[in-house]
Design a protein around this ligand. Sequence first.
Ligand code: IPM
Ligand code: MG
Length: 366
Amino acid sequence: MNFNVGVIKGDGIGPEIVTEAMKVLDAIGAKFGHSFNYTQILMGGCSIDATGEPLTDEAIQAALSSDAVLMGSIGGNTSTSPWYKLPADKRPEAGLLKLRKSLNLFANLRPAYLYNELKEACPLRDDIIGDGFDMMIMRELTGGLYFGERSTKEEDGQLVARDSLTYSETEIRRIAKRGFDIAMKRRKKVTSVDKANVLDSSRLWRKIVEEVAKDYPEVEYEHMLVDNCAMQLVKNPRQFDVILTENMFGDILSDEASMVTGSIGMLSSASLNDTKFGLYEPSGGSAPDIAGQGIANPIATILSAAMMLRYSFDLDAEASSIEAAVKKVLADGYRTIDIMPQEADKRASVTQVGTAAMGDLIVERL
Ligand code: IPM
Ligand code: MG
């Protein structure tokens, strides 16, 4: 089959990691008889440099006319890059938020899974890791604090900044349903995370989640306060199956969950709407400090491409083939710098490779 894939390479390590994911997709295409036609789409800092805008209407149209979009990362160093001297709505991140909103990508899936082979990269003690963990963070992606009204104004001789956090029943219900649907295909447990002891938006969240839960009698569910969840993720990550949460909590908890698995360079993500379309991107950022050095870990992006095959194109065997190749490459002892073991004796038993070599090694194992 033929698939049209929009490609947003973006900034920082984005172009390097996306190149490897395309390499893997092309190899999958050759093996299974598919072809992927790529359309490059500008977003983020590179789009600002080229057009003055972090995301043009033309770029949104290009994304809309693709079957799915594969993305690297956007943004630069927030203290030194000139992009961060621009007004907030002209900065790189504004492009990504606008794309998510324009395409109604309300459901963000961020799987955090501990590879047996990477146990030594996990910062937690062996007795906490046990036989590993496997959770799915379901983050609401188009509402809440990141999309509310904001302002910075002078009041009584000083600057006052405001951000507003709004959630409607509809917004909560659709993400909650997605969370429970996904739990049904997994271990049938949902932990809904909120701050209902303080926030109205969280109290509504809890009410709607309880309503949705009634339609899923097989799913065990619980509510957890976000501060407790941050603690539980390092205390006992094995307790989680699906973590269902709002935009900002999901942003923060997914970075934490990824580090618990060893590295943010391993964590893929899918942002979905009500159709088959999806935006697939690694959960990590653009890592401007290591950009251009050929050392970034492409695995999260490669796994995001696998999610694209599974969720947008219904190519399960092809997706599994990529996931198995990633496991194999780790089992064979290849590591990018971010997942190298800390201890000298353990480092001796693995081989450190760069971004492109990691892509090649995965292709060899498909
Ligand atoms: C993420 C990123 C983005 C977000 C930024 C770049 C706007 O941190 O995808 O987690 O906060 O959603
Ligand atoms: Mg984030």
